[in-house]
Design a protein around this ligand. Structure first.
Ligand code: FRU
Length: 489
């Protein structure tokens, strides 16, 4: 083990223990200590779910990317495993960037990641050089391959930049080969997704340009993922530098998906229009994996590069979303929390066809680690609103206007002390409007699943934990049903 890896492991073991359990979310992943961004290497290996993450143990800011590592048996309780990768080789000394994991034929686990180095130009400026590297291990300790990097500038198609070439997502094809998609920047300065193939996971060859941005959807496309779902193929990526388009995309970093058809013989993907994956304020760089039971599960970084509401006064920064099961319905991706959550339900509290008008509280409907479903029924109302994680000072509100079919999230009063994005509006996809809202609340986040998962909206909050009231509001008479379960771990 390198000195650098040993140092990270010792450091996180000592510092990570100091963070009290109640300072972290109850069931969302946070870094052992320090900074976390993208989920990496999400996979099922030897009876456990593995998740790695972009990690800087030494501070709550992005720097010196390592791979942190957690494992779980139920997708809710995650245990810290020692740091998997440190930027300790010449070819990755400026970071072990995002990547993925897969089990090899011989039972070892392969990690494939972006190795970042730098080069000095003639004018003295320095720039990153991104290549791809692999490491193999047993689910705890990993050894970097002696012939790393396995993909370099020489494996790029004409015009593609060696500065932006990152985030390999690997899978095993039906033909027995390994494949991976990698984000790249072509000569037009925007993004594209490259496809590579390997017989053994170590020797790779360029196959095709799977998708081109052509400056339509932001610039560089980061963190691609590509998989079959039902009778379609899905390409997920996270474009940088997007411009808001009405209520569909927002400014800055987005995460989008394209459905389409994949011709596996010609390695060509014909894609349809992109759609937003999540309409909230904190969702980026998602990664999926297929579980042994066939479910396709996605986890994303529950933060954004553009805004951050979680204060830096604590010893961790960055969380992951709750794992979500993906399905295709009506030619869209639908998302729902994995069903394992229900194993931790306690204290159910239900109201059926309750009439409300004006502001209403319902006895027993409160809490900060809850699964709350609100079904909107008949009403003469135009406005329906719900305030969560609330008391007299704090609230995060969700306000729906039936006439415009817009839902507005507002976290202005969730405790934020910076001038970051606090309001987001989007249109409810279903022409029949908003019928069901399912909120998964944890201490520092609210994930909303709309109309049985047709749309989602993920938002981090920084509200004191005793603000746990819930207020309902309707401008005219309406009826609703409410089901609340505490999630007790
Ligand atoms: C996305 C990203 C990736 C990169 C990683 C570096 O959030 O920029 O493209 O691999 O973060 O930490």
């Amino acid at each position: 083990m390198s000195e650098m890896l040993e140092k990270a492991r010792k450091y996180e073991f000592i510092q990570g223990q100091q963070i009290k359990e109640e300072e972290r979310p109850a069931f969302h992943i946070t870094p052992y200590v320090g900074w976390m961004n993208d989920p990496n290497g999400f996979s099922y290996y030897k009876g456990e779910y593995h998740l790695f993450y972009q990690y800087n143990p030494y501070s709550t800011h992005w720097d010196s990317m390592h791979w942190g590592h957690v494992v779980s048996k139920d997708l809710l309780h995650w245990n810290y495993v020692p740091t998997a990768l440190a930027p300790d080789e010449d070819y990755d000394k400026f970071g072990c960037f995002s990547g993925s994991a897969i089990e090899l034929e011989d039972g070892r686990q392969l990690l494939m990641y972006t190795s970042v180095n730098q080069e000095k130009l003639e004018d003295g400026t320095v720039r990153d050089i991104q290549t791809q590297a692999v490491a193999v291990g047993d689910g705890k300790d990993y050894e970097k391959y002696e012939k790393n990097p396995v993909l370099t500038a020489k494996d790029l198609p004409k015009g593609a930049s060696k500065v932006d070439f990152r985030d390999p997502k690997i899978w095993k094809g039906n033909d027995g080969n390994f494949y991976c998609v990698i984000g790249s920047r072509p000569a037009d300065g925007s993004g594209q997704i490259l496809l590579y193939r390997s017989k053994n996971g170590f020797e790779w060859e360029f196959v095709s340009i799977l998708a081109k941005n052509q400056n339509r959807y932001g610039k560089m496309w980061e963190c691609p993922d590509f998989f079959a779902l039902k009778d379609k193929h899905v390409l997920i990526c996270s474009p940088q530098d997007m411009k808001a388009r009405k209520y569909e995309f927002h400014n800055g970093h987005n995460s989008v998906y394209f459905l389409g058809d994949y011709d596996a013989n010609r390695c060509r993907f014909s894609k349809e229009q992109p759609h937003t994956l999540d309409y909230g304020m904190d969702f980026y760089a998602p990664q999926t994996t297929e579980l042994p039971d066939g479910r396709r599960i996605m986890i994303a970084w529950m933060k954004s590069w553009d805004a951050c509401v979680i204060p830096n006064s604590q010893d961790w920064q960055g969380m992951m979303t709750f794992p979500r099961e993906l399905e295709i319905k009506e030619n869209r991706i639908w998302q729902n929390p994995v069903k394992e959550l229900e194993n931790y339900y306690q204290n159910p509290c239900c109201y059926e066809h309750t009439e409300i008008e004006g502001e209403t509280v319902l006895a027993g409907v409160e809490g900060r680690t809850i699964d709350l479903t609100v079904t909107l029924e008949d009403g003469e109302n135009t406005i329906f609103s719900i305030k969560l994680a609330a008391d007299s000072e704090y609230e995060t509100s969700y306000t729906y206007n039936k006439e415009t079919r817009l839902l507005e999230i507002d976290r202005t009063y969730c405790g934020v002390t910076k001038d970051v994005v606090c309001v987001r509006k989007f249109r409810i996809e279903d022409p029949a409007g908003l019928k069901k809202m399912r909120f998964i609340l944890d201490y520092h986040s609210i994930e909303l699943f709309i109309n049985d998962g047709q749309q989602t909206a993920t938002t981090a909050i920084c509200t004191p934990l005793n603000a746990k009231d819930i207020y309902f509001f309707s401008d005219k008479k309406m009826t609703m049903s409410v089901e609340k379960h505490d999630i007790i771990m």
